[in-house]
Structures are given as C-alpha cells and as structure tokens.
Ligand binder design. Sequence first.
Ligand SMILES: Cc1cc2nc3c(=O)[nH]c(=O)nc-3n(C[C@H](O)[C@H](O)[C@H](O)COP(=O)(O)OP(=O)(O)OC[C@H]3O[C@@H](n4cnc5c(N)ncnc54)[C@H](O)[C@@H]3O)c2cc1C
Length: 495
Amino acid sequence: MASTRSVRPTPTAEIAGWDAEADVVVVGYGVAGAAAAGEAAAAGADTLVLEWTGGWGGAAALAGGFIYLGGGTAVQKACGFADTPQEMYKFLMAAMGPGADPAKVGPYCEHSVAHFDWLTDIGVRFNPTFYDQPGSVPGADEGLMYSGGENAWPFYDIAVPAPRGHLPALPPGATRIGERGGGYYLMEPLVRRATELGVRAEFGVRADALCVESDGRIAGVVATRFGRPWNVRARRGVMLAAGGFTYNDDMVGRFAPEVVTRYGAAIEQHDGHAIRMAQAVGADLGRMDGAEVTPGLSAQLIYRGIMVNGLGQRFVTEDTYPGRIGQAILYRADGTAYLLIDQRAYEAAPASPHERTSGPNGKPVPTWLSESLPELESLAALPAGSLESTVSLYNRHAARREDPVLHKTQRWIAPLESPYGLFDLRQPRRAFSLGGLRTDPHGRVLHVAGEPIPGLYAAGRCASGIPVWGYASGTSLGDGSFFGRRAGRAAAADG
Ligand SMILES: Cc1cc2nc3c(=O)[nH]c(=O)nc-3n(C[C@H](O)[C@H](O)[C@H](O)COP(=O)(O)OP(=O)(O)OC[C@H]3O[C@@H](n4cnc5c(N)ncnc54)[C@H](O)[C@@H]3O)c2cc1C
C-alpha cells in the first residue's frame, strides 16, 4: 500500500476559510498524540486532535503494553532490582544501535522515574511483580519483565542488567494483546486525562498536508472529512503523531528494503503520509532503515536451542531479546536461519501464551525431526558436516556450562543430544518501521538545514526517537508517551 494523496503544502493565502481552529492541532490520537494533547491542554493551550479512524487508540491500544522505563521505578524496587539512570543510559546507547541520540536518550533516562510516577498519577496501574521467563509478554499479569536483552551478552558486560519492560495491569478477563490489549490500559488514562483537561477530538478526519505562512511557519492542516477538504488552523503549533511507514511499501522499499511486505506491530494508518507531509516543508529524516523484527518462534524454544545460519554456524546469542534475534536473522543471516533443539529441551520449554503455535501440545512442531545431525543437514540443505561441527563445539563447552563463542548465560546452556528437531525459520517475519522525522529533544521537527521548522512538532513512530536501529520492547510506547508530552508542552508555549 502506498499513500497517493498529495502532500504539497498549502500557502495560508490560498485558504478560503478555516473550518476549525485551535492553539495546538495534534494529528493522530494514539500514544504520542494523547500524551501531547494532554500536556498541551495542561499548559493552557486550546487543543484539537484530528484522528483518521473512528476512535482514539491507534496501534498503542492494540499493543501488549510494554513501556520501557527504569532508573529505579517503584515497580523495579518492589521486585528487588536496583537500577540507575546511568545504567539505563549505558544500555540504551549500546542496544539502540548506531545513531542512538544522546540528546534524547539522556533525558529519557534521567526523567524515566518521573515519567513512571506521572503515569501512575494519571491512573496507569502496574503490578509490582516480576516475570522471570523469556517471551514476548508475561505469563500472567506481571508488571515487569526483561524486554531488551539487558541480561544477555554483550549487554551484561556494558551495563548492570535490570528489567525495564513495565506492563499496565489488566482488569479481570482482559487479554494482553488484542482489541483491548495491555496498551489500552495505558491509552485509556491518557485520553481520560486529556478529555478532562478540555482536549477536543474530531474523528474520521484525515490530515493530508500542512498549511504554511509566507515566512515558513506552519499554520495548520489541510484534512479530509466526510470526503471533503477541511482546513484546520493551528495558532501555536501542529503536532504530528500519526505513526510510522510500515504500511507504505514504496517508502519501505526505498528506506528499509529488507522488510518489504513484513507487516507487524503496526496498523494500516501507519502509511508514512505524515512523514511525507513534513518532508514537503523541508523536514529532515533520521535512520529510516531501522525496523523491529520478530524471529517467528517462541523465545522459550530459542533460548534452549542453538540458532544457525545457512552455513550451519551460530551467529547470535540465543538468550537475548527476540527482536534482536529477528534483526540478526534478517540482516546478518540474509533471512536464512534454523533453530536446532533436542527432545529434552523441547519438552522442557513451556508453551508460550500469546505466541503463534501449531502443535497439539500448544507448541510449534519442528520442521524436521531426526536422530542424526547429518540427516538434518541434508534435509535443510546445510553444508555436509556443518551442523555436526557446530554442535560438537557447542557441546564441548556446554558440558562445563560455558559458551565462549557467543556467551549465552549458564541458565540456558545444556549439551544437545539426539533425538533432535530443526525449525526452519526462513518464513517471513513481522517487522515495523522505526525511522521517522528528525526532531530535537522537545519534539521540534528539524529542517534539512538544521534548525527547527517553526510551528511543527512530532513524536511517536513518525519521528526518529529512542529506538533508531536496535529495539527493546516498550521503547515505542515509552518514547511516544515521553516525547509526546514534551512536544505538547513545547507547542503550547510556541508563537
Ligand atoms: C499488536 C501490537 C503490539 C505492540 N506491542 C508493543 C509494546 O508492547 N510496547 C511498545 O512499545 N510498542 C508496541 N507496539 C508498537 C506501538 O503500539 C506503536 O509503535 C506505537 O503505538 C506508536 O505510537 P504512535 O503514537 O506513533 O502511533 P499510534 O499509537 O498508532 O497512533 C497513531 C494514530 O494516528 C492516526 N493517523 C494516522 N495517519 C493519520 C492522518 N493522516 N490523519 C489523522 N490521523 C492519522 C492513526 O489512526 C492512529 O490512531 C505494538 C503494536 C501492535 C500493533
């Protein structure tokens, strides 16, 4: 899908009349939009949100609800983890990959406890319990989990590990992912607060282009409502919070070609249009090639096996964040990977709730089963002897519960013994875009010439934020809510 609507900016001189106006106009009522609108209104700005769909929520309300927070939150403390902003910073600067912005990661870590406290003050609840298992979501309704590979190599050597994936508590009967996933219980308090502060919302309104004054200041939005043009004036600022470009094949093809057609953790409205609206007034872009990629298999199985590439060689430590494994498969193994596991480890792995399963035991079934490694090499067309050699090296060290090659942690190391199962992981993985508009730490969109574009703000996945290349679960709802708030305050004070 590609957005074909024109993004050409409209000079205000050509606007015959305004259909609506506000101090701050927010495009998109997902996590960044709700956080921004609430803070703009709290700062005294008359605030209007334009939302394309029929209601608030966006991808955020469908999300599992991980919010990446740390530095010593009340939940971390209650679960017995000591964390500091400094250790959180060291981890994020390493794990978010080349391009991680100290000017954003710094304040994000420094004010993370305050952001957590603010979220609980507005009514987001977190259970003070820790889930000590790998997976994409907790088993029950635990409020804290490792969600970025903090306790896996190389990160345990870089920063003192602490779990930072915080999850909103669910009411009885609710499910972690779905129509009202964990993210809904973050969104509901954000929207309730914004509404109480007087934020107005127009649903079924799609932003198409920006309106620009003759001096270059952004003065509003040209939108479509009931199929007709609808012009909205912004007296202080326009805040873009419309999500990323996962569903724009043309943009993905140009910026992150490896992830074309791999839609995941996004909604169709993430069509890149808002990014293009800002590009049309000269906005710069940040690391558009970044993508979160899922590995396509339960972490409970991956941690217990060994992952090999098309040469039958290990290439990523298996007990790390699954998204890191997904990226390694796509970018380092050219999309070709297999997981070798033995029967004992397979049986020891609990079925993972909320993960795709195919077997009668609630677990995926290996693609090939065999008592012999040479037979598996032949079935998977791996070079003769490659798997045997990899397993022999792994087992030699695993007997002493060591892994000098990829430094898996002891808990997950055990020699692999016949009979074996081999999972073919060459199937398409799901991915979502991380790149977006270049912004300063207050959400001001930067022009390619370097300075902020007057009156234009962005946060959430249409901006380049905390996760630029690497990812940790919760950095999207985390940076969307954190920098959304900052952008809302800055826009309210503009002009
Ligand atoms: C199933 C699932 C699970 C996930 N789990 C997690 C998780 O646990 N933790 C995490 O951090 N992230 C998670 N994510 C990702 C996360 O939800 C998104 O990255 C995040 O919501 C992005 O925030 P946003 O404000 O940029 O976009 P959204 O929250 O999607 O909000 C954008 C809004 O803008 C609207 N919009 C788009 N274009 C326009 C337009 N032109 N005019 C008007 N409105 C427009 C959209 O309809 C939408 O309501 C998950 C996503 C999914 C789908």
